[in-house]
Design a protein around this ligand. Structure first.
Ligand code: SAH
Ligand code: SF4
Ligand code: F3S
Length: 437
């Protein structure tokens, strides 16, 4: 009988990519994935620590597993990723049902650590280590059109609210040759789009100290036959160079899309957040991006309810949102993270106020998005179809050359191809259209 593993991934796309690496390593060691937690020999949660809500979900899953483990003591339970890194051994102390805690640079050792549990009952593997290319060798991403490819790891910024520098460590970039080799392998295996991942992906190459840049990497990957689209997330406003913008403009395979979080429109709050730009500087970046790439779609994250955020500060965020006209925005309520500098400030914006600002900003954004979508009715967009729609398997899901979700009647021959689609209907979140012959 093969041993089976139940896997669940929380958090960002980086975690999705890390889970694919862990699953590949486990498969090679003889494990088989299962959807049935009741019968699994091993349960792995790849966790996120960015807001308390993300950790609360994992705590509640662990509670459920406690009872399962009482019934089946041979079950092994592992926590990997950012929450594991943040809380470390304290997790083992607090959750007796937990066997293994695996930090963010120990993923590839997961199969070996599970074996070691035979001799050593409870293990925490949390050391930060240099990026090891072996970790990405032969990783099999989830089947489909898109593959996630981490190109850097960690973050050298110090945004005061953010746990990522603690959980992912210092910034490290992979060698461009190694990334190119991985992407060539993925394209040969049938993937048609890669999404390059990094916390500040536009800073890619800095730590290599030899002039390597994201723009250079995009050029290298653009030359790969069979690769249709290249995406990259997430960018920091300070690291977007003219060279990068000119490269996006020049290379047709690079998505017309920048995920470049503004976080707030208030200069006072931006300073307290340690973001290293003012709202004016952000607006100038937007202008510069649109000068180089007129059809670029800008996407932002916002945090509302940061300590001391007044009605006026919040109003400044609405003004920024209105002035830019983002193609999408993610809005989060501030969540204090233990050990981050912002916890020196009282979390003084009441929960109902945070909630109201969050809803208001989202509604404002959705109204803008709907207007943008209406303006696209009747136009023809080049859509890369990725597969059946998750919400309606009778339809196909794809994305425009920017990042807009496009739904069309199902025709599996279109999957993995860029097809012109005439937009016929829309909501604030989705475009609906018909592929042209
Ligand atoms: N490296 C990326 C993403 C970091 S986490 C970047 O710098 O853009 C993703 C988003 O979560 C952030 O952009 C921010 O908007 C939000 N976030 C991070 N820490 C948070 C916190 N403590 N409370 C609420 N939202 C937070
Ligand atoms: Fe966190 Fe700031 Fe780094 Fe993004 S740039 S990961 S928000 S510290
Ligand atoms: Fe969460 Fe870690 Fe990603 S904290 S957002 S899983 S980098």
């Amino acid at each position: 009988m093969p041993r089976t593993v139940f896997f669940e991934t929380f958090g960002c796309q980086m975690n999705t990519a890390d889970s694919e690496a862990m699953l590949t390593a486990l498969r090679r060691a003889g494990w088989q994935p299962t959807e049935d937690v009741e019968s699994a020999d091993l349960v792995v949660f790849n966790t996120c620590a960015v807001r308390d809500h993300a950790e609360a979900k994992v705590r509640s899953r662990l509670g459920l597993l406690r009872e399962l483990k009482q019934r089946r003591p041979q079950l092994r339970i592992a926590l990997a990723g950012c929450m594991a890194q943040r809380e470390g051994r304290a997790l083992l102390a607090r959750h007796p049902q937990l066997d293994l805690v695996v930090g963010t640079s120990q993923f590839s050792r997961l199969p070996e650590l599970v074996e070691r549990l035979h001799e050593e009952p409870r293990i925490a593997a949390l050391d930060f280590e240099d990026w090891d290319e072996r970790e990405r060798a032969d990783v099999e991403p989830a089947p489909g059109v898109n593959a996630f490819v981490p190109i850097m790891r960690g973050c050298n910024y110090t945004c005061t609210y953010c746990v990522v520098p603690m959980t992912r460590g210092r910034e490290q970039s992979r060698r461009p040759e190694a990334i190119e080799a991985e992407v060539r392998r993925l394209v040969a295996a049938g993937y048609r789009q890669v999404t390059l991942l990094g916390q500040t992906v536009d800073a890619y190459g800095k730590t290599l100290g030899d002039g390597t840049t994201l723009a250079g990497l995009l050029r290298r990957l653009h030359a790969i036959d069979g690769l249709l689209r290249i995406r990259f997330v997430t960018s920091h406003p300070k690291d977007i160079t003219d060279e990068l913008l000119a490269t996006i403009a020049e290379l047709p395979k690079v998505a017309r899309h920048l995920h470049v979080p503004a976080q707030s429109g208030s200069d006072r709050i931006l300073r307290l957040m340690g973001r290293r730009y003012t709202s004016d500087e952000y607006l100038r970046l937007v202008e510069r991006a649109r000068r180089f790439v007129p059809d670029i779609e800008l996407v932002s994250d916002f945090i509302v309810g940061f300590p001391t955020e007044s009605d006026d500060d919040y109003a400044a965020t609405e003004r920024l949102l209105d002035r830019v006209g983002f193609a999408a925005a993610f809005v989060f309520m501030y969540s204090p993270r233990p050990g981050t500098p912002a916890t020196r400030l009282a979390d003084d914006v009441p929960e109902p106020v945070k909630r109201e600002r969050c809803q208001r900003l989202l509604e404002r954004q959705l109204a803008q998005q709907e207007a943008q979508h209406r303006a696209l009715l009747g136009s023809v967009l080049p859509v890369l179809f990725e597969g059946p729609s998750k919400t309606d398997p009778g339809m196909l899901f794809g994305r425009s050359a920017g990042q807009r979700a496009v739904i069309a009647p199902r025709d599996d021959a279109l999957i993995g191809r860029i097809v012109p689609v005439r937009i016929a209907r829309c909501t604030a979140l989705t475009l609906y259209g018909d592929p042209l012959p």
